[in-house]
Design a protein around this ligand. Sequence first.
Ligand code: DGJ
Length: 728
Amino acid sequence: MSIQFDQTTQTFHLTAKNTSYIFQIVRDGYLAHLYWGKKVNAYHHSNELRFTDRSFSANPEAEDRTFSLDTLPQEYPSFGHSDYRNPAFQVQLENGSTVTDLRYVSHTIFKGKQGLEGLPATYVEHENEAETIEITLKDDLINLIVILSYTVFENFDAITRSVRFVNEGESNLKLLKVSSANVDFRQSDFDLISLPGAWGRERYVARTELRPGMQSVESRRGASSHQQNPFMALVSKNTNEEYGEVFAFSFVYSGNFLSSVEVDQFGYSRATMGINPFDFSWLLEPGSEFQAPEVVMVYSANGLGAMSHTYHRLYRTRLCRGEFRDKLRPILINNWEATYFNFNEEKIREIALLGKNLGMELFVLDDGWFGKRDNDTTSLGDWFIDKKKLPNGLEPLANEIRDTGMEFGLWFEPEMISVDSELYREHPDWCIHVPNRRRSESRQQLILDFSRKDVCDEMISRVSAILESAPITYVKWDMNRHMSEVGSAALPPERQRETAHRYMLGLYRVMDEITSRFPHILFESCSGGGGRFDPGILYYMPQTWTSDNTDAISRLKIQYGTSLVYPTSSMGAHVSAVPNHQVDRITSLDVRGHVAMSGNFGYELDVTEMSAEEKNIVSEQVEFYKQIRPIVQFGEFYRLFNPFESNHAAWMFVSDDQLDAVLTYVKVLAEPSDAFIKVCLKGLNPDVKYHIEAIGKSFYGDELMNVGLNIPLMNGDFKSIMWHLKAE
Ligand code: DGJ
């Protein structure tokens, strides 16, 4: 049993493989947080709550000056009755007040885990994989029910949380803030790790000390965004890859989010994660419910590496779904950086067929095949084949490519509308907008109002019609701008601030419908690269285009940062031409290959323009990737050298049976009189002897891990190796 309730002390103890999470009902039904951390077998309140009279911390019961909510570590703190810290939620009553008072009513514990209505979430395949507790809290004055749900994935060593609000009263309530999880730590000597970035520079690792007051990681852009990722970890000061404590929070949501940490006057810290309350409210009419998305909490006593392993395993196998979840992903060739919008049928045929000859398995026709899409100013929404470019339509071309044994994939951007489109001329109110205000364009496009059912239905049918029209087995689902002038023509004034969240619910429905209608299609999400690389989207689409920046050296940081949370099988990585189109850097085909082969591998350049020598290297890379693909895509991932802290990066992949491993090492800049480098490998079986074909030598796992392996001296900038280690 992973969830136990001690009736005498009114204490809940949740235990996963190596983790305990403990809380208690105190006084008249307050839910107090006691502990989250390394597993304890039996808990007897060694850190019991202590109370004392604190000046300026108000007392809900006048006669007891030692009790204040301001000093109580809580599970889901309300606003208004003496807790001055950041509340987990806020509700406005019809009388204008925002004071609430939640108390414990009951709880139920059951095996397994239930889905969240309309939202992505982790799931179980067998009910004994997890146990769930639902705790019902109530504000008696207004008959507001709040159900806190905790699921313990025992073997995965993760705890998920979500919250449901039910209005059982007779008046309207307005939700102003709804967090999905709150943890009150009785310490604040942490560093905060997050994954900020920008377009082309997504998920760079940032680490900063906690200080008194508020610190936050958030998006207000209508998408999880390039700028921040819905992830944060509080780590002890000494934490590195292998040592130290990590308390991590990952939000299964793709829209505006807020994760914050408040260090209070007593040195406690309150971590909260949920939908961003900024420009959000939700009218909760009598009898209605609001389901908040899920937070996945992971504790590691052994540094960031172990945290990542937990997220990788859980997200790869219990968040991603569908036919492709456990399937090897194809090596693709995409025409975007090869042709941009400038192609015809012949050019596509040439690229695809040459790609096939070089061993690639999937051709992806990117942007530019529909409407009058000769550049990025037009036609989004007009999902009809451009007969100028493809005079015979899509089907014969797709068939021809498929007849060679190559799969055929297609790009869409279903959430968008160009002002210059038939769709916009017909339905100018179908975009997100606010009456009488300008409609700011970004990449000269507007966003379709996916909070509207009619808009979603039309897009489902337009995209489906194309998918039915040709033998398509892969879709790249793009999204190329963030929201502005957020409002919906279909919502009443009191619901305008629901638009951004309703958009996400609409998007999730559309994705659910399309991916279930076409289960044989592999979907890869994209948002100008990695602008929506989040667990919410991974529930529908098991891989994401990691970044529009295809430069191998930039990718070291991008892929390293992304790997903190997301499994390799979710990361698209392509070899592109040099000078690189985003940063103008020139790197060898080797280093580009080694970095791209550290993800879901592909090419994005004009293969028809390559020299014979380059084509040879490409076909060798493809051949090599086919050998290592199961280890890279589904093995355990270990970070060895951190490119944010040094002049090189290294990581490795180890198969589950520990009989195969792959080591990638990249040196960034040449240095005079540089040191000899050796790297201590990880995750190997100490007693197994591994042969490294590239150097013709064999070593036992313990030697490779404890003594380390020499990296050859390589002169010049941007040098790399990628070695396959095989058990003898
Ligand atoms: C942005 C994507 O990230 C690119 O890979 C490409 O698909 C373009 N959009 C097409 O417009």
